[in-house]
Write a protein that binds this ligand. Sequence first.
Ligand SMILES: Nc1ncnc2c1ncn2[C@@H]1O[C@H](COP(=O)(O)OP(=O)(O)OP(=O)(O)O)[C@@H](O)[C@H]1O
Length: 233
Amino acid sequence: MSALLQIRGLHAFYGQGQVLRGVDLEVGRGEIVALLGRNGAGRSSTLKAAMGMLRGSGSVLLDGAELFGLKTFQIARQGLAYVPEERAVFPTLTVQQNLLLGQHGGGVGGVNIDDMLCLMPQLAARRHVAAGALSGGEQQMLSLCRSLMGAPKAIMVDEPTEGLAPAMVKVVAQHLQRLREQGLGVLLVEQKLDIALEIADRVLVMGRGRIVFAGTSSELRRNQAVRRQWLEV
Ligand SMILES: Nc1ncnc2c1ncn2[C@@H]1O[C@H](COP(=O)(O)OP(=O)(O)OP(=O)(O)O)[C@@H](O)[C@H]1O
């Protein structure tokens, strides 16, 4: 059976500068794949290019359907969700209103707000509070939950634990693991190596716009050469 998300030969450019040089990767159903690399390796650009946000070429198949060439909102509607690094919440709207926007923007079936809030007691208690008044960690969870309101098949998450207190990092990691249990494919860009290696089923390392290593967490732990060349600063 083919993988849920298949990215093939993804090239992308910022103006004249080439940022992705043929990225190939796959994410299966119920699998967390961590995308690692040094700053500037091209991880965020891979997610953006897959969402149709950059100029380039390649193929992005979700459940066998080609998404490359579609507009970002159409890609989300087809079931590929994206949580950008900058927390994507509307600060003057309440938690509930933010979630409703995710439901309408997303498309495939849609998730009930009460069901979503059940999973997230921290947010449930603040349902009618303006999103701008939430802590950074709560905003991150809201951003993640909003992207799930359209009931996606796969989700790409860019540094969800950045700037969060350790307790909140744990909450985010647990939430991603719950998504895996529900059968979603998760492509995770994560700077915290320990978290990434702990929760990922497979890890990919990027360098200079390409995948330079693919394996399991323990394979990467053992591969000092790859870590030295492509991860450590
Ligand atoms: N808007 C942009 N315009 C021009 N160049 C960009 C832009 N965004 C990123 N780049 C360049 O593209 C390259 C890859 O950036 P990208 O953000 O994908 O890396 P990354 O692996 O996610 O690392 P980081 O954590 O530093 O963002 C870098 O050299 C970066 O300077």
